[in-house]
Write a protein that binds this ligand. Structure first.
Ligand SMILES: Nc1nc2c(ncn2[C@@H]2O[C@H](COP(=O)(O)OP(=O)(O)OP(=O)(O)O)[C@@H](O)[C@H]2O)c(=O)[nH]1
Ligand SMILES: [Mg+2]
Length: 186
């Protein structure tokens, strides 16, 4: 009985998408990586500190040069805990795009952005777009000034930048749709 069930599953046709992109999300602990990914993938789960790496998917229907196409996003949600750094960097190679997240309310998370971008430069494919995401836009306390962010973006014009609240579905959707379009254009 169980064999038959598993056979049926084995023979089920694999879903086909027009495009598949693998997006790795990194950043310090508690900057909102999991909350952002869970929000976008409509995952109704309690938010807990990530151990190692998790992944989630969501399929978007996007207009690509006038035709509707299915775009599957594989989102790798990495832990911000330093003890997982080597596991995290092993996900850089082969990523279609890489997101570095920092919290506008955490100076420490902002100061670790250059190191993370350097690690990405060492391990990721040169063509993979890099996206800097500032979370906690909904909170009044700012540990990072706009002037600093502007200076960093001027120094690295290839970086895409988004400021958002991780729990906002509108923000998360705008971010990942934009990234999907950037990947399609790359
Ligand atoms: N107000 C507000 N809270 C946020 C935001 N992003 C995350 N949080 C909260 O911050 C806490 C940490 O969020 P997580 O998504 O677990 O952070 P993480 O980056 O995945 O952390 P690790 O898995 O430990 O690396 C949770 O309580 C979230 O609800 C945001 O943009 N605004
Ligand atoms: Mg997490």
């Amino acid at each position: 009985m169980s064999k038959q069930c598993s056979k049926e599953i084995d023979s089920a046709p694999a879903p086909r998408y027009d495009y598949t992109f693998r997006i790795t999300v990194v950043g310090d602990e508690r900057v909102g990586k999991t909350r952002l990914i869970n929000c976008f993938t409509l995952a109704n789960e309690p938010i807990e500190s990530t151990m190692g790496v998790n992944f989630k998917t969501r399929v978007l229907e996007l207009d690509v040069r006038g035709a509707l196409k299915s775009v599957c996003l594989f989102l790798w949600d990495t832990s911000g805990q330093p003890r997982y750094d080597s596991i995290t960097s092993s996900y850089y190679h082969g990523s279609s795009a890489l997101i570095v997240v920092f919290s506008l309310a955490s100076r420490k998370s902002w100061l670790s952005v250059p190191r993370r971008l350097d690690e990405i430069a060492q391990h990721a494919n040169d063509f993979a777009p890099r996206i800097l995401v500032a979370t906690f836009s909904d909170t009044p306390f700012r540990a990072v000034s706009q002037t600093e962010i502007d200076a960093a973006l001027r120094a690295q014009p290839q970086l895409h930048f988004f400021e958002l609240a991780s729990q906002s579905l509108d923000d998360a959707t705008a971010l990942f749709e934009r990234i999907a379009h950037v990947c399609l254009e790359t």
